[in-house]
Design a protein around this ligand. Structure first.
Ligand code: M6R
Length: 596
């Protein structure tokens, strides 16, 4: 989704913005732009619908007045308005004195635009963010101060925002957030704001995350207000633990390949962090949450698939009724007074998940967030947080976060079951031992898959549609395999419980139709594979010895065949590469989905 960066620096701001925008690139974008203050207090506004290289060229060609140390940068993922240079951020007011970048949605944009037009404001686009710029201009004309103008302007806005407004003449920048992530940091290099710590991490040691309703002057001792009043206490400073090597491919062809290979190490890290408290129940007890008799898991996409796995494990180990809710559909659900809600999101900023927390199905229940970002909005709004500790994931396709969500979520639930006397410690200890075997199993699965998957891709690479099947605890992996494949290759891929095949999807099978079967040992799968083969379908089986992708040591675990995630990732990646796709940045998709 869109990314924001703003800075006031002693060296030309553009030097920082160029680096920061590249760091934001992974979030997904379709246009990019900067507003750079010149030494005479004017603004150079450079925008393009090309990639960041194209913006670099525009900067290099800049022949105007020398650039100064204040600027804004933005990567846009279009929601309102087409992908055009005019719609790209930063936007400007009628005078060109105020420029602004924005993430989020202005819900009452039409009403505000009409009002501002009637007051003489001229609009260059139909983008909602431009309304904010004119609103600030209007307020600035009334109160004479940028900070107050931003506060006044935002008091009129319905919706969500992370924004930075720059007044070029004074070189002032004011930032604000509400329902969209934004953080600020002060360092010897200067003052920074960004929607993602990765953008500015190499210049700062610590940062503060804005709360909803905060307005902040971007200066070391700048004003900080909350919902129009003085912010009593600023958010706590968070140590920056992001490492530059996170954004380095380390010799790999793409981040996805690197992140697939990082999975064994990431799982070991999760278990090292949580390990001691799993079988004792202390991990759960330490969260201070009330006992529960039902579990509701909410999430989207890959996180939802991880939630399905965790749900299976909880049902099987604790006999606890579990509902898996697509976050964007949470409003349709009926609340349950005795439920615990497990909200899963690697980014912790997914708008559908954040809104689901306000739905009747969730609000009023204790919520534990399972996220890769313990400082994200989801973590701040939940009653307790468990970090999935996968490390920075740059590829848009979730890989290591999926595996780590499962391991952390299952570990949490084992701990909860022990703490509430539903699971014996001895059983829990055995399960922890099994979890500890996962890193080796994931490594072995990757070794096998890298060898056997490429020839399979050669055989099925021209197919236009793919079916993924499994049963029981294998089913979420079939779902994840299909999601990875469609996301990366842009080919149709659907998953079904294998028993459903004969109730409709079998009509899709003809000679050569690829059907990927995650064989988790359910004896009925053999019959389903025979049904496919009898109609000429091309079965690709992933499972025990004898399968097309053999996974050693695959056993019936409460979390299902987790190792199968690796060949499924490698299958999707190889197919996508064969089709010439960019596996790190699939079309139309974003890493952090901050709109509903
Ligand atoms: O940040 P989240 O985990 O909340 O994101 C949810 C989905 O957008 C995400 O899992 C998406 O499905 C992945 N890119 C798929 O690989």
């Amino acid at each position: 989704m869109c990314g924001i960066v703003a800075c006031r620096t002693s060296r030309p701001a553009v030097e920082y913005l160029r680096v920061a925008l590249r760091r934001l690139e992974y979030r997904g974008y379709d246009s990019v732009g900067v507003a750079l203050r010149t030494v005479t207090g004017d603004v150079a506004r450079l925008r393009t619908t090309g990639r960041i290289n194209a913006l670099d060229q525009l900067v290099d060609q800049w022949a105007g007045t020398r650039l100064d140390g204040a600027g804004l940068g933005h990567t846009r993922w279009a929601t309102h308005g087409a992908v055009t240079e005019a719609n790209a951020h930063p936007h400007t007011d009628c005078t060109g004195r105020i420029t602004l970048v924005h993430n989020g949605i202005v819900e009452n944009a039409d009403e505000l635009r009409d009002e501002l037009r009637a007051g003489g404001h001229r609009f260059a686009t139909s983008v909602d963010s431009e309304v904010l710029c004119h609103l600030v201009e209007h307020a600035r004309a009334r109160c004479g101060d940028l900070f107050e103008a931003v506060e006044l302007a935002l008091s009129r806005v319905k919706g969500s925002w992370a924004l930075a407004a720059m007044e070029a003449q004074a070189g002032r920048i004011v930032v604000a957030a509400n329902g969209s992530p934004l953080l600020v940091a002060h360092a010897p290099h200067g003052d920074f704001a960004a929607s993602d710590i990765g953008a500015i991490a190499e210049w700062v040691d610590e940062y503060r995350v804005l709360d909803d309703g905060d307005v902040v002057e971007l200066a070391a001792s700048g004003r900080w207000s909350r919902r129009g009043g003085v912010a009593g206490q600023r958010p706590a400073a968070i140590k920056c633990t992001w490492h530059a090597c996170d954004a380095d491919r380390a010799g790999y062809a793409d981040f996805m390949a690197k992140e697939i290979d990082e999975q064994p190490e990431a799982v070991s890290r999760v278990l090292d962090q949580l390990g001691g408290g799993i079988a004792t129940g202390e991990l759960w007890a330490g969260l201070g949450l009330p006992p529960f008799t039902r579990l509701r898991v909410i999430g989207c996409g890959t996180s939802l698939n991880a939630g399905q796995v965790i749900g299976h494990a909880v049902r099987r180990l604790g006999g606890i009724p579990t509902a898996i809710t697509v976050a964007s559909e949470a409003a349709e659900e009926i609340p349950d007074a005795s439920q615990l809600c497990l909200a899963i999101s690697q980014s912790g900023e997914t708008a559908d998940v954040l809104h689901a927390m306000e739905s009747t199905a969730v609000s009023g229940s204790p919520v534990v967030a399972l996220t890769n970002n313990p400082h994200a909005t989801l973590a701040r709004r939940a009653h307790a947080v468990v970090e999935c500790a996968a490390g920075t994931e740059i590829g848009v396709a979730a890989t290591k976060t999926f595996v780590c969500q499962i391991v952390a979520g299952v570990a949490l639930m084992i701990s909860a079951l022990v703490a509430t006397n539903r699971l014996a410690s001895a059983t829990a200890n055995r399960l922890v031992d099994d979890l500890r075997r996962l890193p080796d199993q994931l490594f072995a699965a990757a070794t096998v898959a890298k060898c056997v998957v490429p020839p399979i891709v050669d055989q099925v690479g021209t197919a236009t549609g793919f079916i993924f099947l499994s049963r029981g605890a294998g089913l979420p992996y079939a779902a994840e395999g299909a999601l990875k494949l469609k996301e990366l290759s842009y080919r149709w891929a659907e998953h079904y419980p294998a028993g459903e095949l004969k109730h409709g999807p079998l009509a899709l099978i003809s000679t050569g139709t690829p059907v990927v079967v995650i064989d988790n040992g359910d004896p009925k799968l053999a019959l389903n594979m025979a049904e496919v083969r009898a109609r000429g379908g091309h079965v690709v089986s992933i499972g025990p010895a004898g399968c097309d992708v053999p996974l050693a040591d695959i056993r019936q675990q409460p979390w299902g065949p987790l190792e199968s995630a690796v060949p499924l990732q490698i299958f999707a990646r190889n197919l996508a590469l064969a089709l010439g796709r960019d596996v790190d940045k699939p079309r139309n998709l974003a890493k952090s989905v901050t709109v509903e």
